[in-house]
Ligand binder design. Structure first.
Ligand code: ASP
Length: 339
């Protein structure tokens, strides 16, 4: 495993190939750890993880919580509606209150892009030794989801030794509401870093042309890309063009809460053009797995039959893999903050 240098995990744009390899290797160790008997490792005993979720979450929050508990950390949850935020307390002051109570790891979700980063910067400036993990900020980034998707794909292609290498040259199709998806953005950084060929598919309103060059320039705020050579990104408008030759297909939720204009003519016509079904997947020319970060709109992004078909759908596997991947992140960051 390479040396780990990140104090916070805010955006996968900052990850090198060695960083991905480290997370996957550690996640695999946690994933195959025997679950019978001692389900807990003592690694984070005496450390405190605090979740600050300003946006709803089912999977991410519970998965971080379980990951922390499996490493024997203490866990604290912040509920915005019953907090002093409603009395006008600033977000930074709220965070500092939890740091004063001993938080070592802050897991932050917010509907505005950049909030976890700015919290991390302000806490660093204040000399606090706390690590910030971005659990989803607006449209910007969802690093732990990108990593668990990568881990799920790497385990699919190389079950015994999932590594970035397992993705090299694979054709991964991402279909749907790319514009509003922080998951798609994180996946773009992760998959291209590992040398996958990413095919983005969606209507122009949900997939602007600019995504073709999303990973072409150095990541925002960085002079150099930490990954010297990335896999190609291609944009196509129809599944008929996207699916032939695919090695895996990921579909994304239509993020209607983030759509401020009418970007679709209707859910039925969307499903007719971009919805996945067993029949449609035949276009791939061979059996391929399907991923979705959840929550799924059954019958919109994919049929219920496809979602429930465990021989094709990796959706539950993604949920299972979220725990060891988040254990890996907590473990690595706790190591840095302890140093
Ligand atoms: N759960 C993921 C997220 O928080 C995907 C979604 O909500 O559609 O971004």
């Amino acid at each position: 495993m390479g040396p780990w240098t990140h104090r916070h995990v805010l955006d996968l744009a900052a990850f090198s190939l060695e960083d991905y390899a480290t997370v996957l290797e550690l996640a695999q160790r946690f994933r195959v750890m025997p679950v019978a008997g001692a389900r807990k490792l003592p690694a984070l005993q005496g450390r405190l993880m605090t979740s600050l979720f300003f946006e709803p979450s089912t999977r991410t929050r519970s998965s971080f919580e379980l990951a922390a508990k499996r490493l024997s950390a203490d866990v604290q949850n912040f509920a915005p509606s019953s907090s002093s935020l409603s009395k006008g307390e600033s977000l930074l002051d709220t965070a500092r209150t939890y740091v004063a109570m001993g938080a070592d790891l802050l897991v932050v979700r917010h509907r505005c892009a950049g909030v976890p980063q700015s919290l991390a910067e302000q806490l660093d400036q204040a000399g606090e030794r706390v690590a910030v993990l971005n659990a989803g900020d607006g449209l910007h980034s969802h690093p732990s989801q990108g990593l668990l998707d990568l881990f799920t794909l790497a385990r699919h292609f190389a079950p015994e030794a999932p590594s970035p290498e397992a993705l090299r040259g694979k054709r991964i199709v991402i279909v749907g509401d790319i514009l509003h998806s922080r998951v798609a953005r994180s996946n773009l950084w992760a998959l291209t870093a590992c040398g996958a060929r990413v095919v983005l598919c969606g209507p122009p309103t949900l997939l602007p042309e600019a995504f073709a060059v999303f990973v072409a320039a150095p990541p925002p705020g960085q002079v150099l890309d930490p990954v010297p050579e990335r896999g190609r990104v291609e944009l196509v408008r129809s599944l008929e063009e996207a699916l032939p030759g695919a090695d895996a297909v990921m579909t994304l939720r239509l993020q209607q809460e983030r759509m401020h204009q009418h970007l679709l003519t209707g859910l039925e016509s969307y499903h007719a053009r971009y919805g996945l079904s067993h029949q449609r997947l035949e276009l791939c020319g061979r059996p391929v797995p399907v991923l979705h970060p959840g929550p799924v709109n059954r019958g919109v992004e994919m049929t219920g039959e496809l979602l429930d078909d465990q021989t094709v759908s990796l959706v539950e596997e993604q949920v299972r893999n979220g725990i060891p991947v988040r254990m890996a992140l907590l473990y690595l960051l706790a190591g840095v903050t302890a140093a």
